[in-house]
Design a protein around this ligand. Structure first.
Ligand SMILES: *Cc1c(COP(=O)(O)O)cnc(C)c1O
Length: 447
């Protein structure tokens, strides 16, 4: 890794007791321990081992409810790629949300776990024949078409006499999102059909020419970790303009508009979150105004939050294995890393690890928390503030680990993916077990 000379303490630094980005249930004790949902992190680490992902069920449910309350009359669809297991699918289902999936795998897991297929939306810029077949077989509610070739391919899978509801994924030409890898609203990335070059309109014609497909609306997802309302309002105006063009050309007013997800959450104290209530109010007003201007009925809205539902509900625990001073920096190495959290390497995200499990009178100092993988880029956070006496055997907790952690985990270095443990009112139970060497050996059948 590139070890930079000691930098000034970042302005976003947090004190050891700052739990502002943690689940609402988190509470710090005087003994240095922290509880989440009434469960001691020290006890969780000794019972389940580390690394371990913890997930606060009530926090997930509260976030689902906040969306339902902010967007009355809209479909709130949880983006399963952020984190999917049977328990999370059940919580989301019980809270009345839909589910957005990107593969036959996510779809099968949800449906076999009891998620109603009609509340599921299938996405994907390059859906495989297996994805499409599974979606049609299980009766998925809506499929979001992402390319012209997909139209005929899907139509041939639908039984004569049936109609599959579809939306078209459109690129509204809005650049938003915290990193180039998550900006999906412009013409220079792989998702969707461009409004600018006419391919969106061409696709509309193609879908309308397929009697087994029912075009119910347009979809866009402009990016991820978006903290401002404005990009969504620009997207609304462009999408309504396209709805008006479709009405003028084909005489139909499409009844649905799906605005995707991408709502930002803070990973460190002081970072911005997207204000849900402000977003919902502004989108409603913008949509009503734009539709009135074009003399269109207001379409039913869908939003697809992933990160904002599960991200802040998760915490990952690590043990410190080694501490060393190199190049003027202190490196704190833990027993996980890029295999359980590739996000720092992918998007340069920074986290705020906290020493938990023992009190420390030592002053805070900036350190680099690194993983145990054989890559110099295996850095969890380059400018963490930890007590100066941090040492091997200490427990570190990293908050906001609920989204895009387990779902992006790999078997790199055959460490095995950590378990996911659900926390609920003082109890902890394993939702997804730790991946063992036996699991990995079982797949290795050659010689
Ligand atoms: C990833 C994704 C989402 C969710 O994004 P978040 O940033 O987790 O809210 C929603 N819709 C689509 C189509 C996506 O690809």
């Amino acid at each position: 890794m590139t070890v930079s000379p000691a930098r000034p303490v970042p302005a976003l630094g947090t004190g050891p007791q700052d739990l502002s980005v943690w689940p609402a249930s988190a509470s710090a004790g005087t003994d240095g321990d922290v509880t989440v949902a009434g469960v001691s992190l020290r006890e969780a680490a000794s019972r389940f081992g580390t690394p371990v992902y913890l997930l606060d069920e009530d926090e997930v449910r509260a976030r689902c409810r906040a969306y339902a309350a902010a967007f009355p009359g809209a479909d709130v669809v949880y983006a399963a790629k952020a984190l999917l297991c049977r328990a999370v699918a059940r919580w989301v289902r019980e809270e009345g949300l839909g589910l957005d999936v990107c593969s036959a795998g996510e779809l099968e897991l949800a449906v076999t776990g009891g998620f109603p297929a009609e509340r599921i939306v299938l996405h994907g810029n390059a859906k495989t024949p297996e994805d499409l077949r599974t979606a049609v077989r299980l009766g998925v509610g809506r499929i979001v078409i992402d390319s012209v070739t997909e139209i005929a391919r899907l139509a041939t899978l639908v039984a004569p006499g049936d109609r599959q509801q579809v939306l078209l994924r459109v690129v509204p030409g809005v650049a938003a999102g915290a990193h180039p890898a998550v900006r999906t609203g412009t013409d220079d990335q792989k998702f969707g059909l461009s409004i600018g070059d006419g391919s969106a309109e061409h696709a509309v014609e193609k879908v309308l020419g397929q009697p087994r497909l029912e075009l119910v609306g347009l979809h866009c997802h402009i990016g991820s970790q978006i903290a401002d309302v404005e990009p969504y309002l620009v997207a609304v105006r462009r999408m309504v303009a396209l709805l008006a063009t479709i009405r003028d050309r084909h005489g139909i007013a499409l009844p649905q508009l799906d605005l995707g997800g991408g709502h930002a959450v803070p990973y460190r104290a002081g970072e911005p979150a997207l204000d849900l209530t402000a977003l919902a109010g502004a989108v409603r007003t913008e949509l009503a105004g734009a539709c009135a201007d074009s003399d269109l009925p207001v379409p039913r809205l869908t939003v697809e939050p992933g990160r904002a539902v599960v991200g802040p509900a998760g915490v990952v625990l690590y043990h410190v294995l080694a501490v060393k001073d190199m190049g003027g920096r202190t490196l704190v190495a833990v027993d996980g890393g890029m295999s359980d959290n590739p996000r720092p390497a992918l998007y340069g995200v920074r986290y705020a690890p906290l020493l938990v499990g023992r009190p420390s009178p030592a002053p805070l100092r900036p350190v680099t928390v690194v993983g145990r993988h054989c890559e110099a880029g295996d850095v969890i956070t380059a400018d963490a503030l930890l007590p100066a006496d941090v040492r091997p055997g200490d427990l570190l907790a990293v908050p906001v680990a609920g989204a895009y952690h387990l779902s992006m985990a790999s078997t790199y270095n055959m460490i095995g993916r950590p378990p996911l443990v659900g926390l609920h009112r003082g109890t902890a139970r394993v939702l997804v077990r730790r991946e063992s060497l036996a699991d990995m050996e079982m797949r290795d059948i050659g010689e």
